[in-house]
Design a protein around this ligand. Sequence first.
Ligand SMILES: [Zn+2]
Length: 92
Amino acid sequence: MADFCTRCSKDLFGTDIAPDIDLKEEAKNLSVAHYIGPLLCEGCGFIFLYNDNGVIRVNVEDKQSTKHPDIEKLPTLDEFLKQEVNHNSTGK
Ligand SMILES: [Zn+2]
């Protein structure tokens, strides 16, 4: 079974269908300075959620990475959910 995050699920199935990976629900349980991940979304890849002093930020990796991301430069969860889904990612 393929699982999709809030952003991809909305794009593929609309807002009436509950996402397999509900990023907002996941974020609610996230304490300050903690992170959750990886959450494997078939559309995005490996999703990590960070609680940066109460601001939830999203990091997406194509594969599992051990490097520590620059958290302040990551999009917030709200910004991430507004981004267009890139169906044809060519990497960076
Ligand atoms: Zn996704």
